[in-house]
Write a protein that binds this ligand. Structure first.
Ligand code: FES
Length: 293
């Protein structure tokens, strides 16, 4: 069953890839022109993707509308359809903000998800308009049919949206499974300056065991974050320093170098921070910050 559905979704790439590439470009430009709104809709202030937190409510309310209709509560069902419509529009805005920074297969699958959700929202709007609010009678067949079809479509769209997150890892913290480790281990900067020190004032890639780090030296102090961006794995060592933050070269998330705090999305997650110190032999060693020895 799962393979059949996966094949069905994959088959949509014939239209979803070219359509998604075009639409996502427009959405990307629109949201990057208003970074504060994009951050709000991504959920950076919440430390959690806002879209995921907003989607359950309209689905539940639309299900309630169907139940109320079956019970003959026309007015209650009409209110529920209206609230579901508002919830769908809110969730769509948050979803669009996430969609603005998707790539590859995630973008194509998110295009399928978004298209189904737009169709569903249009059907819910039609179900709302088709109602006679203040009639005490049960709703007409048209309103109920539209509601039920919309609910089925929304559940299908939610399934595809689940794939975008759970199977393709979109908006998932890239460091969710990264362990700590209290042991200091040798740090190997990828480059040194003429004096044999870590170059100052720009990001420098380094290796700490199996982890890639990005270093920023400020005088005697060496600040270090994990090199892989929490949003979608972009290399922070290829980014730029802006106001004490590292800006990711892929989608522009900014992380404070001093403590890894995300100060601009689309990432909603902070970046792992590492401690660095000199060794007696004159090299460097490091470990994940906040670990007890
Ligand atoms: S990978 Fe998307 S902002 Fe870094």
């Amino acid at each position: 069953m799962a393979q059949l559905i996966a094949r069905l979704i994959a088959a949509q790439s014939v239209w979803a890839k070219p359509f998604g590439d075009r639409v996502q470009g427009l959405v990307h430009r629109a949201f990057h022109a208003i970074p504060a709104i994009r951050d709000l809709l991504n959920g950076r202030w919440l430390g959690h993707p806002l879209h995921a937190a907003m989607t359950d409510l309209p689905i539940g309310i639309l299900g309630l509308a169907v139940v109320l209709d079956l019970l003959g509560d026309n007015f209650g069902a009409a209110i529920a359809v209206g609230l579901a419509l508002l919830g769908l529009l809110g969730a769509a805005l948050a979803g669009l903000a996430d969609y603005a920074d998707t790539d590859g297969t995630a973008r194509t699958t998110a295009t399928v998800h978004g298209t189904i959700m737009v169709l569903s929202t249009v059907l819910v709007a039609a179900a709302f308009v088709a109602r006679d609010f203040f009639s005490g009678d049960a709703p007409g067949a048209l309103g109920m049919t539209l509601e039920v079809i919309a609910l089925g479509l929304i559940l299908a769209g939610a399934f595809v949206g689940g794939d975008v997150v759970y199977a393709l890892g979109n908006m998932v913290d890239r460091h969710a499974f990264r362990g700590g480790g209290s042991k200091w281990i040798a740090l190997e900067p990828a480059e040194l300056d003429a004096g044999g020190s870590i170059p100052e004032g720009r990001p420098v890639k380094a290796k700490l065991g199996i982890n890639a780090l990005v270093l920023v030296r400020e005088g005697d102090r060496v600040l270090a974050l994990h090199d892989q961006c929490a949003h979608a794995g972009g290399p922070l060592s290829g980014g730029t320093l802006v106001d004490g933050c590292l800006e990711c070269p892929l989608h522009g998330s900014r992380f404070r170098v001093a403590d890894g705090r995300v100060v601009r999305g689309p990432s909603v997650y902070d970046q792992p921070v590492y401690e660095v110190r000199r060794t007696e032999a004159g090299g460097w060693e490091g470990r994940r910050a906040g670990q007890q020895s």
